[in-house]
Ligand binder design. Structure first.
Ligand code: ATP
Ligand code: MG
Length: 437
């Protein structure tokens, strides 16, 4: 028998959201008072968890399959995901504050967190939590924004064309920053040109706004080209930009010397790797654009510590370990190795995990990395994951991180510097655990 449930529109739903502004999509994490959105994934149907969420204290469950309707408790919509996104856009439109969107191949989260740290010195800033930068994370980020917000900073990740375009329709950013366009997610983008087109959708959107502002790393010519016809362009870089800076030292932690108009500042970061220079310059640039005093910009950057295996420096006994196991792609892998070449240490050990999502370029891109490795002397090189198997006769090789961790457990590393880097899926942090335990 058909149950004639009422399909609710976004305006009606927004009134309910205003009474219950805590949104949850995972029934296991539900807190009493949350509004539960029953999303569908490849392996689950959130509709089936609506009752569980309600039993756990959800005020309402938003569903899109009538058979799960519970009168008075569930709210039926056409499509839960698109409703979540429309609700987020509706909420975003209540604010006339700067919305800063950050995308790019590498360094989005680090840049976002540095910018958040700097702007928080002066403003109430809402930002993406961790790496929640996709079609679900972005609306959830927006729906967390409260009335006291003065600035929002939103990370946008993408692995296919038109994704950023869609996110811009939800976030409607006033400001945008593309960190860089490199070799990442080549599987979905096809080529580096594809990457530029996809990331460039942020600038395409900003071009449509009279108040559109883009922040550009001036050293990257392609970013300048991509930003044509945007109302306001603010640049940072190593020369001739609005904000200039350079690496003062990257022996261990990155130290930056920057010039903000006529004032120079020296910043000692807790970040490893000279590849973080653009990220730091971006934060200085955003800080000065929004009139955060220089001393506070310096304080915020110096006190930012990366987490989640993102370029973390770990001192363990006489060993120094750079853990960069959060992600890897050909661009970030190359930069991490080049940076490691330059650090001061006589016993350098490379532990590299395979790079994921490279599609047809997988074999070639791993070969490029091996070619780079062979150009420098190492105390030891450990390669992990099948795409590296072709080089098993050149270097120590393991099929997976578990096997490498087993091996590492029985090694007595001393006075060594160890770079551990690989794609998230290779789980290179397992090796760290066996070295440090
Ligand atoms: P994701 O796509 O997973 O969200 P992300 O773009 O947010 O990644 P981060 O998490 O900030 O990037 O950094 C991940 C890794 O990328 C770092 O550990 C480092 O190896 C590399 N990286 C960071 N900043 C840069 C940069 N400006 N240029 C190139 N590589 C970078
Ligand atoms: Mg990220």
């Amino acid at each position: 028998m058909r149950n004639f449930a009422h399909i609710m529109n976004v305006e009606e739903l927004y009134q309910i959201y205003l009474q219950n502004p805590a949104v949850q999509t995972d029934s296991r994490k539900l807190q009493p008072g949350d509004l539960f959105f029953a999303l569908k994934g490849p392996n689950f149907n959130g509709n089936a968890f609506a009752r569980q969420a309600l039993d756990a204290g959800a005020t309402f469950a938003i569903i899109d399959e009538e058979q799960f309707h519970i009168p008075g408790r569930t709210i039926l919509v056409d499509d839960v995901l698109s409703t979540l996104q429309q609700l987020a856009r509706h909420h975003r439109r209540q604010f006339s504050i700067p919305f800063i969107a950050i995308t790019g191949s590498n360094g989005k989260t680090t840049t976002k967190e540095l910018i958040h740290a700097v702007l928080s010195q002066k403003y109430k800033v809402y930002t993406t939590e961790g790496n929640l930068n996709n079609h679900i994370g972005i609306p959830l980020t927006l729906l967390k924004i409260k009335q006291d917000a003065e600035i929002a900073v939103v990370e946008m990740g993408a692995n296919h064309l038109h994704e950023i375009e869609g996110y811009c329709k939800i976030v409607e950013p006033t400001h945008g920053l593309i960190t860089n366009c490199g070799k990442a997610h080549l599987e979905g983008f096809g080529s580096e040109e594809g990457v530029k087109k996809a990331k460039g959708e942020l600038f395409d959107y900003l071009r449509t706004r009279q108040d559109g502002t883009a922040f550009i790393m001036k050293d990257y010519d392609y970013l300048l080209q991509m930003s044509h016809d945007i109302s306001t362009i603010i640049t940072y870089g190593t020369a001739d930009a609005d904000i200039n800076g350079k690496v003062a030292d990257a022996g261990t932690f990155l130290q930056v010397l920057a010039w903000v108009h006529d004032t120079s500042i020296q910043i000692s970061t807790n970040l490893v790797g000279s590849y973080n220079l653009p990220n730091v310059l971006a934060a200085i640039t955003l800080g000065t654009t929004f009139h955060v005093p220089i001393e506070q910009i310096k304080y915020a950057i110096e006190n930012y510590r990366p987490s989640n295996s993102r370029s973390q420096l770990i001192q363990h006994g006489s060993n120094r370990i750079i853990l960069d196991a959060y992600n890897a792609n050909p661009s970030s892998m190359r930069l991490a190795i080049e940076n490691f070449v330059n650090i001061n240490c006589s016993r350098k050990i490379l532990m590299l995990g395979a790079m994921a999502e490279l599609g047809a370029d997988t074999a070639q891109e791993h070969e490029h990395i091996v070619t780079l490795i062979k150009q420098h002397p190492w105390h030891e090189v450990v390669l992990v994951g099948l795409p590296f198997k072709a080089f098993a006769s050149d270097f120590r090789y393991f099929d997976n991180a578990m096997a490498a961790a087993e091996w590492a457990k029985n090694q007595a590393f001393e006075d060594s510097c160890i770079l551990i880097k690989g794609s998230r899926s290779t789980q290179m942090e397992k090796i760290l655990n066996s070295i440090t335990n």
